[in-house]
Ligand binder design. Structure first.
Ligand SMILES: Nc1ncnc2c1ncn2[C@@H]1O[C@H](COP(=O)(O)OP(=O)(O)OP(=O)(O)O)[C@@H](O)[C@H]1O
Ligand SMILES: [Mg+2]
Length: 255
């Protein structure tokens, strides 16, 4: 006879082998983190017991001092790092249970602006941005049109045949944003996306990023710039030493 085994608090959240969570999930959630911790070195935590949920089309800032865990949190969400503890569901997929083929499939639905840009120096601006569409198999003519339109939105069309290293820091940052936006991702993770931009350009680019959330993309923006957080009056999650210390939502609950 089979012995009865009570479910442990965590086992209710096991997913099937395809990475689909078997736990009840909020229908409109794009990102769910359950008790996530990340430790790079034994005994120290970059993130500690973080539970957060972001809805589809929601916009949120991630704030906190240097070393608070903002980049680590974003890295967990697109599978660049794995949580030491806890579970993460992104677009309905439990990412720690995904097979090797499913991870790139999920990543194609996520745009990432890296803190250090990660542009490919041997490719032109246009080619860097087009890469995201190449992997999707977008027909060439359509890809060129999309790349041009996105570069134009970011004021970079005149730079499309340049190589990243011949651009200013602010221009490189905008290329990184164009690359993340060109395939109209369901989630945009932007790590200090305006860190190299002057005040005017910062607002222009932030308006663009905020407007992508209005079109249904879930947007997380990590930033030190509290003036931005104040200006846009959006949800702001504050991390300190790896823990969520505040989760401030604007009055009225608008995302
Ligand atoms: N690959 C790594 N190996 C070891 N420790 C790491 C690694 N990445 C981050 N850390 C540590 O994890 C902690 C959180 O770092 P993280 O980069 O997430 O902070 P952050 O909030 O993004 O900081 P910043 O505002 O400076 O970008 C820091 O103590 C950092 O030293
Ligand atoms: Mg960081």
């Amino acid at each position: 006879m089979k012995r009865f085994r009570p479910l442990s608090p965590r086992s209710w959240f096991r997913s099937d082998s395809a990475g689909v969570p078997t736990a009840p999930t909020r229908a409109d959630a794009a990102i769910q983190m359950y008790h996530c911790s990340k430790s790079y070195l034994a005994g120290s935590f970059a993130l500690r017991d973080v539970s957060l949920e972001f809805g589809r089309g929601e916009f949120a800032f991630l704030t906190g001092p240097s070393g608070a865990g903002k980049t680590t949190l974003l890295e967990l969400l697109f599978g660049a790092e794995h949580p030491s503890e806890g579970q993460i569901v992104v677009l309905g997929r439990n990412i720690s249970r995904l097979g090797t083929a499913a991870v790139p499939r999920l990543r194609r639905r996520i745009g990432v602006v890296f803190q250090d840009f990660k542009l490919l120096p041997r490719l032109t601006v246009e080619e860097n941005v087009a890469l995201a569409l190449d992997v999707l198999g977008t027909p060439r003519r359509e890809a060129r049109a999309k790349v041009f339109a996105t570069l134009k939105q970011l004021g970079l069309q005149h730079r499309r045949y340049h190589h990243p290293l011949s651009l200013s820091g602010g221009e490189q940052q905008r290329v990184a944003i164009a690359r993340a936006l060109v395939n109209e991702p369901e989630i945009l993770l932007a790590d200090e996306p305006t860190g190299n931009l002057d005040a005017d350009l910062t607002l222009e680019i932030m308006d663009l990023v905020v407007s992508t959330a209005l079109r249904g993309t879930t947007v997380l923006v990590a930033t030190h710039a509290l003036s931005l957080v104040d200006r846009y009056a959006k949800r702001a999650v504050r991390l300190e030493a790896g823990r969520v210390t505040e989760d401030h939502r604007p009055v009225g609950g608008a995302a």
